[in-house]
Structures are given as C-alpha cells and as structure tokens.
Design a protein around this ligand. Structure first.
Ligand code: FAD
Length: 314
C-alpha cells in the first residue's frame, strides 16, 4: 500500500449549502476534494430564500449557482453532477460509486445529503405542487412575503398553538384546519385573540393552485377557503439515508429536537472518525446560514486531521 493514495482526500456527498461550504473550506486549504450532487431540490427554481445575510431574497438555484462559481476558483475542488449510489470500505479509506458510473476513492466522507420531505404522503390532492412555492414550514423564512395575506394552517403537530401564535405576527387572516380532530376548548377561545379567521375541524379535499401558487383550500365539507399561502409546522420527512445506514452509523434521540438523528459530535463527526454528517442530514432543519456554518466547521476539523496526520508522518 505504501505510496498509494486515494483519488481525493475528502468526498462531499451533496452540493447544497452545507456541502458547498465544506468544499470551500477544504479547497482554500489545498485539500483535494470532490463534491458530488444529485441535483434534486425541493424548492422551485424561482422561489426566493431568506435570512441569509448578503443573499436575502436570492432564489435557491441562484444561491447554489453562486456557491458553485465560488468553488470554480479552486483547483483542488472538483464538482460532479451525479448521485452517489454505493460506498465500500477499502484498505485506504472508502470507494464510492456514482449512478453515472464514476468511481471515487477517498480518505474521508462528508454527508451533506439534506432531508427528504414528502408532503405527498399526506394524500391531499395538489399538496406536492404547492410545496416550496406557497406551502412552507418556516414562518421566519417565508412569513414576511405574505404579511397581511390569507394564511391557511393545516394542523400537523403538538406545536400547532405556538406555530399559530407565531404566524399571527405576520397576519391576522389565519384559518386553521384539522383533519377532523376536535380542537381543545381552551385553544378555541385563545384563537380569537390572535386571528380574525376560523377553525375548521374537517379534512382537506383539494388544494387549488396555479403554477404552485395556492388560491383555495377546499375542505371535504365543501367549504372553500381563499388562501394566499399555507403553512404546516411539520411535514412528513426523513433524514434516513441508505448510504449512512450501510456504514452502521446509529441514530440517537436528540434532546432538543426530540427526534432521532444520526449520532455525531457537535461538529458532525461520527464515531467513524473519517465520516461526517452535516446540515439538514444531521439536524433535519439547519437553515441556510446554519448549514453554511456546519459545513465550514466540519471543513476545519478535517483540515486539522490532515495536519495531525502530516505531523505524525514528519
Ligand atoms: C420549503 C423550504 C423553504 C426553505 N426556505 C428557507 C429560507 O428561506 N431560509 C433558510 O435559511 N432556510 C430555508 N429552508 C431550510 C434550508 O433550505 C435547509 O436548512 C438547507 O438547504 C440545508 O442545506 P443542506 O446543504 O444541509 O441540504 P440541501 O440543501 O437539501 O442539499 C442536499 C443536497 O444533497 C444532494 N444529495 C442527496 N443525496 C445525494 C447522493 N446520494 N448523492 C449526491 N447528492 C445527493 C441533494 O440532491 C441536494 O442537492 C427551507 C426549507 C424548505 C423545506
């Protein structure tokens, strides 16, 4: 094995903000890395994203395009449009295979693979079409654009009341719809203090929209709710990732998020020292600036690993 080396020192799986930020840190530190991105995004190309200072209001595709162009300056970073489909351990590290046939051998791997969000699992006609365009989960990210507008909130978690109170800061025109589950009397009274809208205890039949922009939420009762934007505090989602699972990395209960997440230290390092998990793949919802931060930190940790390795060999 002496004298042999892997194609790259770090393989970054996923080219969202987390992966791009890691690659930037690595590229500027002269670490050879390859970033492979499968390209699918839950956001429409022309939907703007917010709360990322200096980039507020850019579309996600513009934001990621800017990131890729930043990386273009660094010879040590290669960006590949493909999907990593399998990984295997080798004597020198890991070997990854991409759907397009490309093989990459590497010392370390960073998973920045995001989260799979599946509104379609709710079985509501039209819901997948409006997701990311006029159905959101984060009021901080998308409340401002719909201030004063008609908001329909679909009940989705025990967090509903806090969520409604939060949204009331942007508009009092909020209708709240449950799947038929009765709303507790205490909440019925409080609702009138934050909203001029109504509560409906009837499942949704259909979401009427034009090019992803909702106009009406139609209930099974026949009620039609004029709607400019929909919010849900939770949508069916999963951070489960076959590649990570195949490496034997376990999930643990996150004390604050109260859901299982892959076990890592605060900077995303797993028990397998050379494997990191960052961004939404780790937290479920990092935000853009949070994902950038996580990517940068993981990059620093890996650079330090390589420095230590160099010192040991010196
Ligand atoms: C509807 C919606 C709107 C949002 N709006 C905002 C906002 O306005 N502001 C904000 O701060 N946050 C917002 N967020 C949250 C923010 O988008 C995420 O927290 C952030 O994008 C996480 O970045 P990431 O790099 O971890 O994952 P992602 O951006 O999801 O990137 C993961 C990438 O990995 C790729 N990938 C996955 N598996 C593989 C594989 N096997 N091989 C190759 N590539 C792979 C995917 O194709 C994807 O490109 C929003 C989230 C949603 C759902």
């Amino acid at each position: 094995m002496f004298g042999q080396e892997n194609d790259v020192q770090v393989l970054v799986v996923g080219g969202g903000i987390a992966g791009l930020s890691t690659a930037l840190m690595l590229g500027r530190s002269l670490i050879r890395c390859c970033i492979v991105d499968g390209g699918s995004s839950y956001l429409g190309d022309d939907v703007s994203v917010h709360n990322f200072i200096t980039n507020d209001g850019l579309t996600k595709s513009n934001l990621l395009g800017k990131g890729r162009s930043d990386l273009g300056k660094y010879d040590t970073v290669e960006y590949v449009e493909d999907k990593v489909v399998s990984l295997e351990k080798t004597a020198l590290g890991y070997k990854a295979a991409c759907a397009g046939g490309r093989i990459v051998t590497t010392d370390k791997i960073v998973f920045a693979t995001g989260i799979a969000i599946r509104p379609d699992q709710l079985g509501i006609t039209g819901i997948q079409d409006v997701f990311g365009t006029s159905l959101f989960t984060c009021p901080y990210c998308h409340g401002f654009e719909f201030r004063g507008k008609n908001i329909t909130v679909l009940s989705s978690s025990e967090n509903d009341w806090h969520f409604l109170s939060l949204l009331a800061g942007w508009s009092r025109n909020i209708n709240f719809v449950t799947d038929g589950t009765p709303v507790p009397a205490s909440m019925l009274e409080k609702f009138a203090t934050i909203s001029d809208g109504e509560i409906f205890e009837t499942p949704v039949d259909e979401i009427v929209h034009t090019d992803g922009m909702v106009s009406e939420v139609v209930l099974k009762s026949g009620d039609r709710l004029p709607t400019d934007v929909m919010f849900m505090s939770e949508l069916p989602n999963s951070t489960a990732n076959d590649l990570i699972d195949a490496l034997g990395i376990q999930k643990v209960m996150h004390p604050q998020l109260k859901k299982p997440v892959y076990e890592t230290d605060p900077v995303g390092r797993t028990r397998m020292r050379d494997i990191f998990i960052i961004g939404d793949a780790k937290t479920g919802f990092s935000t853009l600036v949070g994902a950038a931060h996580e990517g940068t930190l993981a990059g620093v940790m890996m650079v330090n690993d390589f420095v230590e390795q160099r010192m040991m060999c010196a």
